[in-house]
Write a protein that binds this ligand. Sequence first.
Ligand SMILES: [Zn+2]
Length: 273
Amino acid sequence: MGDRVHSPAPNLFDDDTFFERPAPEPAPPAAEPGAIRPVNLASSLFFESPAEIFARVHRELRPRTAIPSIEVNYKPFADPNSRVRLENGAISVQITDLLEGAPAPVTEALAHILLSKLYRKDIAPHHQHRYRLYLNRRDMRGKIDSTRQARGRKTHKGPQGAVHHLEAVFEDLNTRYFGGMMLRPQLGWSHVRSRTRLGHFDPSHNMIMISRIFDDDRVPLLALEYVMFHEMLHLRYPVDHSGARRCVHTPEFKAHERQFPQFKEAKALLRKL
Ligand SMILES: [Zn+2]
């Protein structure tokens, strides 16, 4: 609307008009056909269903493609995983039920991550960040750990191997390097003779798992001891969860690790496995 020049109002200082309430605001003019109405983003996010969020993100990622039918289901996975599939022109999304109550912006970030993966597009870092930050919250970490414990399957054999007993290896290192003060966690050999995952500390099970590749008298004991020592340091230096990214090998961790006698020799052995 253009400015309109008003003619001076009559009787401005009439007693009655002085106490009059201001006239109600005129109704906004009707939107012109095709005009875009402003949307309150926060409240629109709040009221969208997960499938609607995925549809909106789909439109953002592929603006010139008709939105396919999208089905979103929450599943009781053991880990905080989610999957997306495109089949016969329909998208099916399975999200861990750990995220069933997640705030809409987190679901939106996940939609960006999954749909970008589906269409092989780069994922904007702020979506990754928001999603990770949420999973890294203390309450979420607790939920994830207990769910994993309740639903996960055992992936290891016990500590008694064909050649080495892991409890003996642990206690020997404990005495030599930790003054015998370290509480022994669960110990187990992996089922698989993995060369890529030599050892692993799982805080949710308080468990150190060692690759069965070391349960072999052709592999020097020093290699096994070094891997066990490394995993024991994970017990000693809990993971720093203060940011979106988990820092597993902190500077203190690395400094302590270098104190392992024959550190270089042990590392060289691992490279030759
Ligand atoms: Zn490590």
